[in-house]
Design a protein around this ligand. Structure first.
Ligand SMILES: *[C@@H]1O[C@H](CO)[C@@H](O)[C@H](O)[C@H]1NC(C)=O
Ligand SMILES: *[C@@H]1O[C@H](CO)[C@@H](O)[C@H](O)[C@H]1NC(C)=O
Ligand SMILES: *[C@@H]1O[C@H](CO)[C@@H](O)[C@H](O)[C@H]1NC(C)=O
Length: 410
């Protein structure tokens, strides 16, 4: 006969109580080995939660009628996702893997935004045990092209509103920069005119736009989820051509080569050419060589080389710049100049100096601007005036230079 059958109900309870105490004393109660860890993952990637439960087997051996199992539950909707290794919910992207006896992993393939929320790993002991963690689904930024500005064209002095919108989670921050690293100038604000190298916000208001603000503007959207994205918006500023002539009077000995120069600013791009005083267009040949060098997005240096100057080459030249908005010209007068007597100049030893090339080729320096709104800068207009007439309004240095040239001519 079995001894315990004679023990009666009290003895059996005692045995069970002792066994239970033993489970607790031996640490055999099912328990979580590690906390469930929060997961932050980009939309479309695979996420996993790992729940490690010790002594699940020990609990079942206890003879309790309940069989302890690990279940996964979405806490916010209370939906049971899986029990043991069986996925309950109707979601083909979910699966549970069970490794090393005690490790239960909930896998979520191709995470979607709606998967975000609290997840619970539960063991159905009595009372039940559970631990939770949060799945955050982030989305890298994306420019909303339909709501973002394209390339723009404004007349100088006009306004431009650049808009850039982006989606993503967390909501992206928009920062504006100029591709060339230049300043973004805002004039409308309460602090008046401010210059910054970067500006935050979806909208950039540019007012009284100047040509120096022309160029590529980058809107960069970032939310901490790589990759950041950007859009390049070209701002074209249109204005009437402006011609500046650094040397309006150019003296050179016959038989030498001479270079005439004009600086042109124009947008849209202008057609630039040279003519003689009578309007006759100059074409490239052995005598004339024309070049243009870009010095910025809207400025060009025009050069005309005249080879082996003859008497017939002396006189007026025009550099002309034409775009869709208008045209402007600069005038240069070429006159004959005898080579200065080097020795006498050395003896002179004045308190001014001029470069060797200037000495031979140009008699007078000073900016000349025509055609644009910057005419107030022009120090002297109407090219072609003889040196003596031009000398009066200029600074003493120029007067001295002119005086020297007059001295060498006479
Ligand atoms: C997990 O995320 C929740 C919700 O965002 C937060 O309250 C909790 O502190 C996080 N836990 C850990 C361990 O980071
Ligand atoms: C930009 O200008 C618009 C009006 O054209 C105004 O409503 C908006 O507040 C301005 N935004 C900024 C950032 O100055
Ligand atoms: C000058 O700029 C124009 C247009 O921006 C370009 O087509 C041309 O190649 C440039 N020339 C030089 C010499 O850089």
């Amino acid at each position: 006969m079995a001894t315990h059958a004679q023990g009666g109900p009290l003895a059996r309870l005692l045995v069970l109580a002792v066994l239970h105490v033993n489970f607790i004393a031996l640490g055999l109660e099912p328990d979580f080995l590690y906390p469930l860890e929060n997961v932050t993952i980009a939309q479309g990637r695979d996420a996993m939660f790992t729940c490690v439960v010790n002594n699940l087997g020990g609990y079942r051996v206890s003879g309790d009628s309940a069989t302890a199992r690990v279940a996964w539950i979405k806490a916010d909707t209370k939906a049971i996702l899986a029990i043991h290794e069986h996925v309950i919910t109707n979601n083909a992207r979910l699966s549970v893997t069970h490794n090393d006896y005690n490790t239960w992993t909930l896998n979520i393939r191709g995470v979607k935004r709606e998967d975000r929320g609290q997840y619970m790993c539960q063991v159905n002991t009595d009372p039940m045990k559970m631990q939770t963690a949060f799945l955050e689904v982030v989305i890298p930024p994306d420019i909303i092209y339909e709501e973002t500005s394209g390339d723009m064209m404004v007349p100088e002095g006009g306004s431009a509103k650049l808009v850039c919108k982006a989606r993503g989670y967390p909501p992206p921050k928009i920062v504006w920069r100029r591709e060339d690293g230049g300043d973004i100038i805002s004039r409308g604000g309460p602090q008046g005119k401010t210059k910054v190298t970067s500006l935050e916000g979806e909208i950039v208001n540019l007012t009284k736009v100047t040509r120096s603000e022309m160029g590529a503007y980058l809107c960069i959207a970032a939310n901490g989820v790589p990759p950041s994205v950007s859009k390049r918006i070209m701002l074209h500023v249109h204005f009437h051509p402006l011609v500046q002539v650094p040397n309006q009077l150019v003296g050179a000995p016959t038989g030498t080569d001479v270079t005439l120069q004009c600086h042109v600013e124009a947008s849209p791009k202008a057609i630039n050419y040279w003519t003689r005083e009578n309007g006759e267009m100059i074409i490239s040949n052995d005598k004339y060589q024309m070049t243009e060098i870009n010095s910025s997005a809207y400025s060009v240096q025009m050069r005309l080389v005249i080879r082996n100057i003859q008497r017939s080459d002396l006189g007026g030249y025009k550099c002309i710049s034409k775009n869709s908005i208008g045209d402007a010209e600069g005038n240069i007068r070429l006159y004959e100049m005898e080579l200065p007597n080097r020795k006498s100049r050395d003896d002179d030893d004045g308190d001014f100096s001029i470069e060797e090339t200037n000495d031979v080729r140009s008699s007078l320096q000073g900016p000349l601007r025509e055609g644009g709104p910057r005419d107030e800068d022009a120090s002297f207009l109407g090219g072609g005036a003889p040196p003596s007439a031009a000398a009066t309004p200029l600074a003493p240095k120029f007067f001295l230079i002119t005086a020297l040239i007059l001295a060498t001519i006479c």
